[in-house]
Structure formats: structure tokens, C-alpha cells
Design a protein around this ligand. Structure first.
Ligand code: AMP
Length: 278
């Protein structure tokens, strides 16, 4: 049973469902990565809500915002295809930015590692992201909220945001869903032409190479020099071996680490990451 909600005020009647509701925030153009979050929410909760809102304030290039795929009809079909007939599923898809952004309102300052990695590639991105996530958590009553590790830094910042503002949902991190060749699924993959699609694997294979070196017992110095070598390819905005909690670069191996990368192909920026245990 799919219920489409386009106005914030129509969420009010859900407030008593707080304890039974799982929430999946998205910007739409849904793929199997998004759907894996929704499937988990359906497993864990008696009701679920998925939001589809392309948040202008988290784009730092106007052009990127304007060309972001808007595919509501197709998204609703995809949601329907994985939702049991009698399951209460709500889709919150505001049609006007003003539904969530009253005129003249300022962004909040996102907590945590907001200026490194994606923060340096997309200045201001995390303040826009944190502002919309906080708003959504305030208007959508939910016990759990599902976020993909695909956006590893976003997930870390959302966890800090929830603590800072004492927001209610428990944050559930979900694994990255990949295409059969390993490319992490992303709405932005549709921007790649066939040549770029082939080149896109440079990102995942670079991260895998580092992961294998670590798992194969190589020294920290040799891992660092491989990262340097990979960074000779100027299409990489960064490759970082980092502490998974703080996302700061590390200067020695830790029991748990994360390798994060951003590769630019044409006008498209792709991100990916791999967790690695020492
Ligand atoms: P987006 O629509 O890109 O803002 O993503 C909405 C949510 O889906 C975020 O929590 C993302 O991390 C998650 N997500 C996007 N792509 C994937 C993927 N390939 N695997 C798992 N989760 C994903």
C-alpha cells in the first residue's frame, strides 16, 4: 500500500507512528542501492517512509543540481515492486523546495569532518546536507533511519548530527551495493558515457589494490607510496587511508580503517570507499 505525500503538513498524522516507522532519505532516481535500504526498513519496521527530495543546498554547482535526474514516476514503480501489497509504505516527495525551506532561512553548520575529503571537493555540501537531514528528522517521525556506507562521510556526519541535536532516529548503516563489475551504484552513473563507464572502474580497482596490500601484510610506507602513485592520475580528487570514526588520515595502521576516493570523469564526480581491518 503506497501512500504519496507531497506536503509537509500531511506528515502530521503520522506522528503517533513514531515507534513503528523506518525512514530512508533519498534524492530519488532510485537504484538497487536505495532499494536495499528500503528493503531493510521494511524488514525491521511495521511501517516505512522514503523521502525523495533533491535538496538544492547540498549542491555546490547550480548545473549539477539542475541536471540531477528527476524520475518520480519510475521511482514509485520501483518502490511498488519491492513493497508487499498490505505493507504501509509512505513516500514523501515534496514538489516545491519551499515545502522544506522557508524563505531566508540559514543553513546549520554541520558537525564533524566537514572540510576534508568531500568537504574540500564540494565546499558547503555538508552544511546543506545536515540542514535537510535535520529538517527531515524533525518532520518525519521515525525510530530508525537507514543510510548507505556509499556516502561514508555523510553517514559519519549524520551520526554526529543526531547526537548534537538529540534527534530521535537510530542511524542504521547499510553496505554498498555494486554493479556486477564492482562499480558502486549511484544516480550519477547515468551521466557517464560508455568510455567513462569503463574508466569508472579505476576508482574501485584503486581502492581494492590498497585493501589487498594491507591485507597482504605490506608495510604502511609501501601502502602510502602506492596511494601516491595512484594519485599521479590527476582525475583523483583524493584517495585517503583514514580513521573510520574521524575520517582523518592516519599515520600508522589501525585495527579498522577506511580507504576513501573520489574520481572525476568528465563533469561527473564518483565516490567510493572500502573498509579494511588490519
Ligand atoms: P542519494 O539519493 O544519493 O542521496 O542516496 C540516498 C541514500 O542511499 C544514502 O544514504 C546513500 O548512501 C544510499 N546509497 C546510494 N547509493 C548506494 C549504494 N550503491 N549502496 C548502498 N546505499 C547507497
Amino acid at each position: 500500500m503506497i501512500n504519496l505525500i507531497t506536503q509537509t503538513q500531511d506528515l502530521n498524522h503520522l506522528s503517533e507512528d513514531f515507534n513503528t516507522m523506518g525512514f530512508v532519505p533519498t534524492m530519488g532516481n532510485l537504484h538497487q542501492g536505495h532499494l536495499s535500504l528500503l528493503k531493510q526498513s521494511i524488514m525491521d519496521n511495521q511501517k516505512s517512509i522514503i523521502s525523495i527530495f533533491i535538496n538544492p543546498t547540498q549542491f555546490n554547482e547550480r548545473d549539477d543540481f539542475e541536471k540531477y535526474p528527476k524520475t518520480l514516476e519510475q521511482d514509485l514503480e520501483r518502490i511498488k515492486s519491492i513493497t508487499p501489497e498490505d505493507y504501509p509504505l509512505y513516500v514523501f516527495a515534496p514538489q516545491k523546495v519551499g515545502e522544506l525551506y522557508p524563505e531566508g532561512e540559514n543553513l546549520i553548520k554541520a558537525p564533524g569532518p566537514t572540510t576534508i575529503l568531500e568537504g574540500s571537493v564540494r565546499p558547503g555540501h555538508f552544511d546543506g546536507m545536515a540542514t535537510i537531514v535535520k529538517k527531515l528528522f524533525e518532520v518525519i517521525p521515525a525510530k530508525r533511519a537507514y543510510f548507505g556506507k556509499k556516502d561514508y562521510q555523510q553517514l559519519a556526519i549524520v551520526q554526529l548530527l543526531v547526537m548534537k541535536y538529540k534527534l530521535s532516529p537510530e542511524i542504521i548503516p547499510m553496505p554498498i551495493i555494486r554493479e556486477s563489475d564492482g562499480l558502486a551504484m549511484s544516480s550519477r552513473n547515468s551521466f557517464l558515457n560508455s568510455e567513462e563507464r569503463k574508466e569508472a572502474l579505476t576508482l574501485y580497482s584503486g581502492l581494492l589494490r590498497i585493501q589487498k596490500l594491507i591485507q597482504g601484510g605490506n608495510s604502511f610506507t609501501s601502502v602510502q607510496s602506492t596511494i601516491k602513485e595512484l594519485l599521479q592520475d590527476k582525475r583523483f580528487h583524493y584517495i585517503s587511508l583514514a580513521n573510520p570514526k574521524t575520517l582523518q588520515p592516519i599515520d600508522r595502521f589501525l585495527p579498522k580503517m577506511v580507504i576513501l576516493g573520489n574520481l572525476q570523469l568528465g563533469s561527473t564526480k564518483l565516490i567510493d570507499n572500502l573498509e579494511v581491518e588490519f
